[in-house]
Design a protein around this ligand. Structure first.
Ligand code: LLP
Length: 417
């Protein structure tokens, strides 16, 4: 949260008091710090200096065009999982030669579009997908660069919904079966088996699972090379988790780089080109959600702070029970009380925070929900026919709207009576 600081009792994002943004754009609103996002991207890039690599920002974490274009300007590649994300990456000026296409259920139309664009790598997840890719490549008259996403059976200890690298998960191909499939695919004229990929999960705070996964990928890549396959890319999937508690540092990107480098250096790994697909660790701490207090009330056993943001704006607490810090945008010297921060949606699961000690806030006051730049706006919906909130990018002491608040016309635009 380094660029979200209180100065003279007011919360700033870089050089802008967030109250100013709320006053001008309204609430709820997502606010992103360009500086934080750029710093995180550069940390990854620097951590692998001297080792061939591409940092492919994972578009699903936050797919805002403006953020993608900032990252493209820094030399980022992109990890995409749908035709929509391909469209966004290209619309934001992303280099097709730095796109990797992941996902367990790519459609023919999506793969055709990616082939036409000339992407770097398809991470295939089944033999059926590989055969379809080969057929589409032949039709398009260009070889498809592909890797198999293998399932390295590494336990990463994240929330069950976002841990993906165990044998029972739907993702990837069991690593013990991968070799045979590679050898078969290597004979297909229209496939170029160029990499080995994995993704073990998200919000992983320890480094060890990544190191273990890299060792397993390297081992497989070396075996494939000995069979004569020209494996060039090692794709380690998503990046590090982030801390959700202020004053507590998340895992260190520099240290992550050093430990992975050590493995690559000692195992002839430097002849490979490393691909990383971080999302959360680039944009997570770069964003806050601002909401205004509508009412406060006391239930039989609890106090409630009812705000104008809800689970349609930020689904993570409801879906994963995730913790996001909530603090008033003005440093209030008031009595602290324990309360739930809840939205207006007609579900008991509609909360942003539960059982928190907060200063006794009043209607009209502004709250900030921290570390919501990743999987915040991206997981948003129109549930309860609520309008999606606007998104604002702060650059130094200026800010600009990068997505307008939806209107009621937008809400029904695609519908017919
Ligand atoms: N690559 C692949 C193939 C992925 O499936 C993911 C995330 C990433 C990269 C990016 O991972 P990251 O660096 O952000 O950890 N909605 C959940 C997170 C779902 C993650 C899905 N895959 C949440 O809000 O926590």
């Amino acid at each position: 949260m380094s660029d979200f600081l209180y100065r003279r009792g007011r919360l700033y994002c870089e050089g802008v008091a967030v109250e100013r943004i709320a006053a001008s754009v309204g609430t709820p609103v997502y606010v992103y710090s360009r500086a934080v996002m750029e710093r995180n991207f550069r940390r990854y890039d620097r951590a692998f200096r001297g080792c061939p690599h591409t940092i492919c920002y994972s578009v699903k974490a936050n797919s805002s065009l403006a953020l993608l274009s900032v990252l493209a300007g820094l030399g980022a590649g992109f990890d995409i999982v749908s035709g929509g994300e391909l469209h966004r990456a290209l619309a934001a000026g992303g280099d097709p030669g730095r796109l990797v296409f992941s996902g367990v259920g790519k459609t023919a139309a999506e793969m055709e579009a990616a082939l036409r664009a000339g992407i770097l790598l398809f991470n295939a997840e089944s033999s059926g997908e590989l055969s379809l890719l080969a057929r589409l490549a032949r039709k398009a008259g260009r070889k498809a660069p592909a890797a198999l996403r293998v399932n390295p059976d590494v336990s990463a200890g994240a929330h069950p919904y976002i841990s993906t690298g165990l044998r029972q998960h739907k993702f990837g191909i069991d690593i013990s079966r991968a070799e045979a499939l590679y050898l078969k695919a290597a004979r297909a004229r229209w496939l170029q088996m160029a990499g080995v990929s994995c993704h073990i999960g998200s919000q992983i705070l320890a480094l060890e699972p990544f190191l273990e996964a890299l060792e397993k990928l390297l081992d497989l890549a070396e075996r494939l090379r000995r069979h004569g396959l020209a494996i060039r890319y090692l794709d380690l999937g998503g990046g590090l988790g982030v801390s959700h508690h202020s004053g507590e540092a998340g895992p260190d990107i520099g240290e992550y780089g050093r430990r992975l480098r050590r493995i690559l250096d000692s195992a002839s790994g430097l002849r490979y080109h490393l691909l990383l697909e971080p999302g959360r660790s680039i944009v997570g701490e770069a964003g806050i959600l601002l909401a205004r207090v509508l009412y406060t009330k006391r239930g039989a056993t609890k106090r409630f702070i009812i705000v104008d943001a809800a689970m349609n704006d930020l689904l993570r607490p409801a879906l994963y029970g995730s913790y996001h810090e909530v603090r008033p945008a003005a440093n209030l010297r008031r009595r602290q009380v324990e309360a739930d921060v809840v939205g207006p949606i007609c579900e008991s699961g509609d909360f942003l925070a539960q059982d928190r000690r907060l200063p006794e806030v009043r209607p009209g006051e502004l709250l900030a929900v921290f570390t919501t730049g990743a999987y915040g706006a991206a997981l948003g919906s129109n549930y309860n026919s609520r309008l999606r909130p606007p998104e604002v990018l702060v650059e130094g002491d200026r800010f600009r709207i990068i997505r307008e608040r939806e209107s009621y016309d937008d809400l029904v635009r695609l519908e017919r009576l």
